[in-house]
Design a protein around this ligand. Structure first.
Ligand SMILES: [Zn+2]
Length: 78
């Protein structure tokens, strides 16, 4: 039986190392052709899941620049 050895080898390689530490808590959608943007929060429990959409170059620019800080999230951090 070689199955056990294979499992051990695969496990030691795959675990113990995390790739890129990402803190993704929301998704920002920007449509440069329609010139609009919206933000969808991905935290569970958030009562304001969707911000926007906003339209127009000026509004989109301001929205993109500020939404990650201006979004008042009520969801729980994981
Ligand atoms: Zn939120």
């Amino acid at each position: 039986m070689t199955g056990r050895d294979n499992n051990l080898a695969a496990g030691s390689h795959a675990s113990g190392r995390q790739a890129t530490p990402q803190q993704v808590v929301g998704a920002l959608f920007v449509d440069l052709e329609g010139i609009r943007a919206r933000y969808e929060c991905l935290r569970s429990g958030c009562t304001q899941r969707v911000e926007g959409p906003v339209h127009g170059a000026t509004d989109v620019q301001a929205f993109v620049a500020s939404i990650r800080t201006s979004h008042r999230c009520t969801g729980a951090l994981r």
